[in-house]
Design a protein around this ligand. Structure first.
Ligand SMILES: Nc1ncnc2c1ncn2[C@@H]1O[C@H](COP(=O)(O)OP(=O)(O)O)[C@@H](O)[C@H]1O
Ligand SMILES: [Mg+2]
Length: 471
């Protein structure tokens, strides 16, 4: 699980918000229920006090106190109902006081005495044992018998027990509810964001080689569809600019070719003229050399633009890469001998590939030519071919000047040379490796280099093999 993903962060926020809401809701329910239960209890206590006064205490002058006590025991039965009940005379003496309630939740004897002249109303009293009682007091005048105070009370523990139960229910269910909501939310978000994953995967596959591809556009009418469509329009614009650049290179090199041929022809004709003085002849010769070089660059650019635009027709055939490497090495031995470097080819296993033989040969010539150019006299160049899994690999290792570490990623760029002056002197223009790379990629292969600066380089080319390995 990626904790930085939108999915995770949204789930976290959503879970936290839900927890907060549910906590606020629980508090409101708790508070409301507390208020409701208290007011219900107060109403009952008030009703009972009035019942005692109106029905039994009012006629006490004629019916006597025993009658009152009997009626209370029979109808109110305070001990059985866990109530506190006290009737006090004006002088403070007690007519009736209930005993310990059945649930033993409080001790009636501990309830404080209050003055007979208190107002009618509610009081809350904390007993020495810690229990809280709600007590309703009703001053009452009985004709012919004087003033009395009726007190009816009940312990708060019943209400507290109910609230306690509620808290336990909340504590048990809320975390489960939040967890279910979070897991469900995570799953839903995963579904909603799946198109984003698909877009990311497709975008990852698009490069300059397949700019005609487009991202999937889910027909959902939402932000993701819009994003995908916008990205597609951007890719279309990129494709357009890319095509323009390639077309420009192609057109420019094409346009340059004809005048260059003409210039070369004219120069060659001029050279054949025996009357041209020696110094002018020299000038013509060096101009011709530069023109040839220019032609080569123009040619290389044309090949590159064809490879870029995918117009290069690969004439594929099945051939043995080892055999091609051997014959190319043979042909270039003359060059190597001239520079006094040894050039050898070793084949480790047969490696058939299905490829454009002429283009692959061009890659080999480029690489071996570079190796010869950048290896001082007395050095060694080794070409080897081998099979590795489902690939054929050629390695060209030299004991030359090597490539500095920081230049390695750039030497396959167009016109990039580590030492421009030196490359120029050697007749290079910095397009050889760029062409080689394009050719390899057009064959679904790759090219890379490892080097020890100052002492060695190894250029490797990997192409998909044409058949399964023969063991
Ligand atoms: N075998 C090698 N040893 C050292 N440097 C090399 C080697 N091959 C290529 N390079 C470096 O990579 C650069 C680009 O090579 P390339 O594209 O063939 O251009 P060019 O050969 O025209 O200079 C060269 O200029 C050189 O600096
Ligand atoms: Mg080169």
């Amino acid at each position: 699980m990626n904790i930085k993903s939108i999915r995770f962060r949204l789930t976290l926020w959503y879970g936290a918000l839900l927890a907060l809401l549910l906590a606020a809701f629980s508090l409101a329910v708790y508070w409301g229920l507390d208020r409701y239960l208290r007011s219900m209890l107060i109403e009952t206590l008030a009703a009972q006090s009035h019942q005692i006064g109106d029905e039994w205490l009012a006629g006490i002058a004629t019916s006597g106190e025993d009658y009152l006590i009997d009626e209370i025991r029979e109808h109110v039965s305070p001990e059985n109902n866990n109530r506190f009940l006290r009737v006090t005379r004006a002088d403070g003496s007690i007519v009736f006081q209930s005993d310990q309630p059945r649930d033993e939740s409080f001790n009636p004897a501990a309830v404080s005495k209050v003055s007979i002249s208190t107002d009618e109303g509610m009081r809350q009293e904390r007993l020495p044992c810690g229990k809280e009682l709600l007590i309703y007091s009703l001053p009452f005048h009985a004709t012919g018998a004087g003033d009395f105070l009726i007190e009816v009370g009940a312990s708060l523990s019943q209400i507290n027990n109910t609230l306690h139960g509620l808290v336990i229910i909340f504590l048990a269910t809320l975390p489960v509810a939040i967890a279910i909501a979070a897991v469900g939310g995570y799953g839903l978000m995963r579904r909603a964001l799946r198109p984003v994953d698909e877009i990311t995967r497709s975008a990852e596959r698009i490069s300059s080689l397949n700019l005609s591809q487009r991202l999937p556009v889910p027909a959902t009418g939402d932000e993701i569809e819009r994003l995908s469509a916008t990205l597609n329009r951007m890719i279309a614009r990129l494709e357009d600019s890319f095509k323009q650049i390639t077309r420009f290179t192609a057109d420019a090199s094409h346009e340059l070719r004809t005048p260059l041929t003409v210039v070369r022809g004219e120069l060659e004709i001029a050279l054949r003229n025996g009357q041209v003085p020696a110094d002018i002849r020299e000038a013509i010769e060096s101009t011709l050399e530069e023109t040839e070089r220019l032609s080569k660059i123009v040619n290389d650019l044309m090949i590159l633009s064809k490879l870029d635009s995918g117009q290069m027709q690969l004439e594929k055939s099945i051939f043995d890469l080892g055999e091609l490497a051997a014959s190319t090495t043979d042909q270039l031995t003359v060059l190597a001998d001239e520079k006094q470097v040894s050039l050898s080819c070793s084949l480790r296993s047969q490696a058939k590939v299905e490829a454009d033989r002429a283009r692959i040969k061009q890659v080999l010539v480029n690489l071996i030519d570079n190796a010869i150019k950048y290896t001082p006299a007395g050095g060694r160049i080794e070409v080897s071919v081998r099979r590795e899994d489902s690939n054929a690999i050629i390695e060209i290792t030299d004991t030359g000047i090597g490539v500095p570490q920081e230049e390695l990623p750039r030497i396959f760029d167009r016109f990039y040379r580590v030492d421009k002056a030196r490359s120029r002197e050697l007749g290079g223009s910095g397009l050889g490796l760029a062409i080689s790379k394009s050719i390899c990629e057009a064959h679904n292969g790759r090219i890379w280099v490892t080097s020890i600066p100052g002492s060695a380089s190894t250029f490797s080319v990997e192409l998909p093999a044409a058949e399964k390995e023969v063991s």
